[in-house]
Design a protein around this ligand. Sequence first.
Ligand SMILES: *[C@@H]1O[C@H](CO)[C@@H](O)[C@H](O)[C@H]1NC(C)=O
Ligand SMILES: *[C@@H]1O[C@H](CO)[C@@H](O)[C@H](O)[C@H]1NC(C)=O
Ligand SMILES: *[C@@H]1O[C@H](CO)[C@@H](O)[C@H](O)[C@H]1NC(C)=O
Length: 288
Amino acid sequence: MPPVKSACCVIFTIWIIVPQLCLCPVQATFGTTPNIKHIVIGRCFTYTTLIQPGLRYDCEEIWRQFEKAVVQQASCNVTEEHYFEMFSMMPQVWPCDRFLFWSKTRMLVHSYAAVFRHFWTLEDTLVGFLFNDLIWCGQEEDSDFDFNSCPAWSTCRTHPVYSLWKRASQNFAEMACGNVTVLLNGSITNAFNRKSMFGSVELDSLNPQRVNYVNIKVVTNPEGPHIESCGQGSIVELIQILWSRGFRWTCTNSDLTLVILQCIQDLNQPSCQMLASSMLQQKDQSST
Ligand SMILES: *[C@@H]1O[C@H](CO)[C@@H](O)[C@H](O)[C@H]1NC(C)=O
Ligand SMILES: *[C@@H]1O[C@H](CO)[C@@H](O)[C@H](O)[C@H]1NC(C)=O
Ligand SMILES: *[C@@H]1O[C@H](CO)[C@@H](O)[C@H](O)[C@H]1NC(C)=O
């Protein structure tokens, strides 16, 4: 269905919450995160005991399947298929209207999701929670992880970290239903980047039959620059793709909640001072 535009103003909402898969290259100078086994198993028990109690997952077995996928493989030779067993051990269904995708807005998206607790990002799924911020790779000759160094993402197509996140992102986007929100960064060129996890994996995995609206929100840094917006730059391309695939969408620039969240972190920005004084004025007016 075509996007609904109101006559006077197009309400642009941004929606894609790209999993926090950051496409930033993993530094080649770092090896597998020390204590990865304890971290992953510990996070798994935390998740299944405290965060989503009642879910029955076998944390030890998830670890075993993960280890099996990664060790004794060349460090750049782990495909998504290697993780199939592991993913099959952690099926997860999410309620609709909560999916939050993002790209290049990592810090902000997490404050946003912390305030609006109903939003879920990829990091709120079990797999995202387990592996967030970790690095890992195996080594062909050894039945252990390589704790000394792992290749950068950019150096191989089947990087063990990339392959896991790619599959996780795809599963997450395929599950998405109802209204979906996407946060994009208007302070950079290519806010919508076909090479990002959102642009290359998640967008293509969204199902127009399941998704009611794609609500895009474009945020810029309070200090600028203001490079892209709903009507300008790569976001126009995103909207065209959504349109052609039959999605309904909205797009919003400078969503007030997001602006306030950013300003809380740096009230000294001139644009934030203006916002604060206009809010105080309104308060004065309403209290007099
Ligand atoms: C990568 O894996 C494939 C199949 O699992 C294997 O045939 C190939 O030899 C491996 N390549 C390297 C460099 O280990
Ligand atoms: C936008 O991207 C720039 C460069 O990566 C980053 O410094 C900035 O924090 C991002 N802005 C937001 C709102 O996430
Ligand atoms: C979904 O998004 C549309 C467009 O922003 C909005 O009108 C509608 O109320 C939203 N529905 C839910 C359940 O959030």
